[in-house]
Design a protein. Structure first.
Length: 432
């Protein structure tokens, strides 16, 4: 049995020409290197092979010196701490675990955790949010358009980044997220708040998969954001349609926008479908407007029968934009008119808050339903979603002639009320 050794002996041990060992018992010893470095080591046999091995326990620290951090992953240990480390290593050996391998595994885990912590601290919420946005835009191509992607990023910049942007994403907790998004709710922008919650959930999912955070904090907000109150687009009542058409025709704000509103009313199209209409989509001989799938909300091609009144509108429009690819071309900006151009006409007519361009579709749907036309023909004319894709494709073609009759009735109706006739939709005994 080696003599009992004291910390004084260890502390006073000087380097020599060759490294030497001071035994402290239990196969544990202090090795003094020629450069004066002292470190604790332990002899043992590997449990799998029985081969002799040396385990590094840590660097020597005098009991007179306060405990410090690690050096190359090894702690600074006093005499008693080194003996305790040797006892722990022997416990592992009894379990058939090689303490050196275990030590390497623990160091690898600690290094990985440390790197993850550094990354989480280095990357702010704004940095990760922008990475997520770019990933969805460029790699996944999830946004509908570049404009849509730009709008989403702007909403993050306005609503989240001012308060959360500079924080490490690991410090953005569910309560903090709720506090920030609740401010959006409080100002009445509930729909925006729901979108922000959805996007933050995706941002955190992106961060979790990249090991920047342990779990998705935004998931905890489920059920906390109130559902937005759905408001129908204001629309014209049947007895208001005639006066509206007359006022539009009398508006002096510009012929092209005036015709865009009238075409929308006659064809019951969405604003975007009208704005980006191209002359190449119109077959005037067959009296059909074919809108390709990529321009439709439901991503399904839509065909609209052209009534005599619509053909007249197109003739009125040709002198202005017939030489351009788009019907409603704004020469001053070199692209189709903005989505607000038609709205500005409504505002000039004193209809702000009383009517939207999209509301014209509701006006048409209401009148056509009251006139007794079949609901599925009306829905097809409005290009609403057909749950059964095969049936939808069949109906689209099958109903074309029926829709032509219905749209001709609708255009005739609009002409009648514009001229002041008291046209009262009467339910037909035989539905068209």
């Amino acid at each position: 049995m080696p003599p009992i050794i004291s910390d004084v002996t260890l502390r006073n041990a000087k380097p020599q020409d060759k490294a030497y060992r001071l035994q402290v018992g239990g196969n544990c010893f202090l090795e003094v290197l020629t450069d004066g470095v002292k470190w604790w080591r332990m002899r043992y046999r590997r449990p799998q092979t029985g081969q002799q091995a040396i385990l590094d326990l840590g660097f020597y620290r005098s009991e007179l010196v306060e405990k410090q951090g690690t050096i190359n992953g090894l702690a600074n240990l006093s005499l008693n701490e080194a003996k305790s480390a040797a006892i722990e290593a022997k416990k592992l050996l009894k379990q058939g675990i090689d303490p050196q391998i275990y030590q390497e595994e623990q160091k690898a885990k600690a290094d990985a955790l440390h790197q993850a912590t550094l990354r989480a601290q280095a990357y702010s919420f704004e940095t990760i949010a922008r990475e997520w946005h770019q990933h969805r835009r460029d790699s996944l191509q999830r946004w509908k358009s570049a404009k849509n992607a730009e709008k989403i990023l702007h909403m993050l910049e306005v609503n989240l980044f001012p308060e959360l942007g500079t924080l490490p994403i690991s410090e953005v907790t569910a309560p903090l997220l709720l506090e920030v998004i609740q401010k959006v709710v409080n100002r009445g922008a509930v729909e925006t708040a729901k979108k922000l919650n959805r996007w933050t959930t995706d941002i955190f999912r992106y961060a979790v998969l990249r090991k920047l955070v342990a779990h998705n904090e935004a998931d905890n907000l489920k059920g906390e954001i109130p559902a937005p109150i759905r408001k129908n687009n204001p629309y014209l009542k049947s007895d208001e349609i005639g006066a509206f058409i007359r006022e539009v025709e009398a508006d002096t704000g510009g012929e092209i926008i005036k015709l865009a509103i009238l075409l929308t009313l006659h064809c019951l199209t969405r604003t975007q479908e009208t704005r980006f209409a191209q002359w190449s989509e119109f077959d005037l001989e067959a009296k059909i407007w074919h809108i390709p799938a990529e321009r439709m909300k439901m991503k399904r091609a839509h065909t609209i029968p052209l009534t005599p009144q619509v053909l007249t509108l197109l003739e009125r429009l040709k002198p202005f934009t017939g030489h351009q690819p788009y019907l409603f071309w704004n020469a001053s900006i070199g692209k189709p008119f903005s989505e607000n151009a038609m709205l500005q006409v409504l505002y000039r007519l004193g209809l702000k808050g009383k009517l939207t361009i999209h509301g014209l579709r509701a006006t048409g749907s209401t009148v056509l339903n009251e006139a007794g036309f079949r609901a599925d023909i009306i829905e097809t004319a409005l290009a609403h979603k057909e749950e059964n894709a095969i049936r939808g494709a069949y109906n689209h073609a099958q109903y074309l002639e029926e829709r032509r009759k219905m749209m001709c009735w609708w255009s005739d109706y609009l002409n009648g009320v514009e001229q002041g006739a008291q046209v009262i939709p009467i339910k037909t005994t035989k539905k068209v």
